[in-house]
Design a protein around this ligand. Sequence first.
Ligand SMILES: [Zn+2]
Length: 202
Amino acid sequence: MYSLLLFVILADFLREVCAISDVDIVPRDAWGARPPYMIEAMANPVPYVVIHHSYIPPACNTTEDCMQAMRSMQDYHQLNHSWNDIGYSFAVGGDGRAYMGRGWDRVGAHAPKFNDKSIGICIIGDWSADLPPERQLKVTQDLIEMGVRDGAIQKDYILLGHKQTKKKGATECPGDRLFEEIQTWPNWQNEALPDGKKETFD
Ligand SMILES: [Zn+2]
């Protein structure tokens, strides 16, 4: 009787933990990251999550292709823009894995004015007309939940699409179709309110 009760409690516990702990984060070494030029520490938990699409490189469906996409984004950001590292905190591939960019506790380079108070997640692909595959969306949501659970993201965080952090029309990111999708996600907000103040981004 007691062992049955214990089993039920344990099964419940495992279900809760597993629901958000199964994000497979590919470490930087595994995808062949170059070291950052410089590291800027970020204070956690952060109040924002900013969603991006890569546009280029296109969607990747195998781990090999997604690793290649990570290297090409890091090349572009470090070698063409002279940024410290790949700009995003994380990227999520069509292979259903999350890739470590700058991670939870380093300032990124993906949305000026928000870089030091947000986790920037790039959903690899061009999502202007098409929706990313279900598992790519699910992993992105699980990653956000994991960040909240582990204290990297505030519980009452605000979810934004990249275009919401810029002047109207300045970027299409994260693509029309994906932008539509994230508006149905928890904590999405219509307006960006950095530090509780309304910003006009002029
Ligand atoms: Zn973007």
